[in-house]
Ligand binder design. Structure first.
Ligand SMILES: *[C@@H]1O[C@H](CO)[C@@H](O)[C@H](O)[C@H]1NC(C)=O
Ligand SMILES: *[C@@H]1O[C@H](CO)[C@@H](O)[C@H](O)[C@H]1NC(C)=O
Length: 218
């Protein structure tokens, strides 16, 4: 079996367990939920990480706003209502992690933008989930994704999202990595109620072969 077949096999295996227990090695970023989005690590360095995620189903909503914070709050509430009964079966669905927000890159300060907030559906609902009662809430099927990742503590705010996505973009531009420059994902692992040891990430979606960061000398 050639290396190509091995990679294809490991990607297949990854796709089967895209949502897994938070106590697994690659689900350990999730500290508050039973289930977590799991990934295959491709490379890791203080500059950035590269990860591969299998295909996943999410429940999403779009919010038009001038400000990330407002969009995130409104989107979070709509999706929280969906998982706490605002669905055609009146079901309660477990919260998972992370929550992701698709943040457009080219937003001008004086123009509103569309932010898409998404909750990961638990493994029991990955195949089929009850229909939302709010027509602003819909399902998203994300294809397998390879992403560049930069992590940071504190809060996912307009300022931090911009700061860390720029840092990541700078590193990626420096290593000639190509990525989708139209948007980044803001990724949060804790509920807004948790005040300490918060973990956030910004992601850019790779284009073409992922580029690992050069080894650091320090
Ligand atoms: C993770 O938790 C599940 C359910 O609580 C348990 O069955 C499993 O053994 C745990 N796995 C590890 C690696 O601790
Ligand atoms: C990185 O490169 C992209 C594409 O050329 C460019 O649009 C962007 O401004 C650059 N970002 C930084 C932080 O250098």
């Amino acid at each position: 079996m050639g290396p190509g077949a091995l990679i294809a096999l490991s990607l297949l295996a990854a796709a089967k367990a895209s949502v897994g227990p938070s106590n697994s090695s690659t689900g350990s970023l999730c500290t508050e939920s039973k289930e977590c989005l799991v990934f295959d690590p491709i490379c890791d360095s203080p500059k950035y990480e590269v990860r591969h995620y299998g295909a996943t189903k999410w429940v999403s909503t779009d919010v038009e706003s001038y400000v990330l914070e407002i969009a995130a709050g409104q989107g979070f509430m709509r999706l929280f209502k969906y998982i706490t009964g605002a669905n055609e079966d009146g079901l309660n669905i477990d919260m998972t992690a992370p929550v992701i927000i698709r943040i457009p890159e080219d937003k001008k300060m004086w123009e509103p933008a569309i932010f898409t907030v998404s909750f990961l559906l638990p493994s029991a609902y990955q195949e089929k989930a009850p229909k939302p009662t709010n027509e602003q809430v819909y399902f998203t099927d994300l294809p397998p994704l390879t992403v560049y990742v930069k992590s940071f503590g504190g809060w996912m705010l307009s300022m931090t999202s911009k700061l860390y996505s720029r840092q990541l973009a700078k590193e990626l531009n420096g290593t000639q990595a190509s990525y989708n420059t139209a948007f980044h994902y803001g990724v949060g692992y804790q509920s807004p109620m948790k005040l300490r040891n918060r973990r956030n990430e910004v992601w850019y979606v790779t284009q073409g072969e992922p580029v690992c960061p050069p080894p650091t000398s320090s």
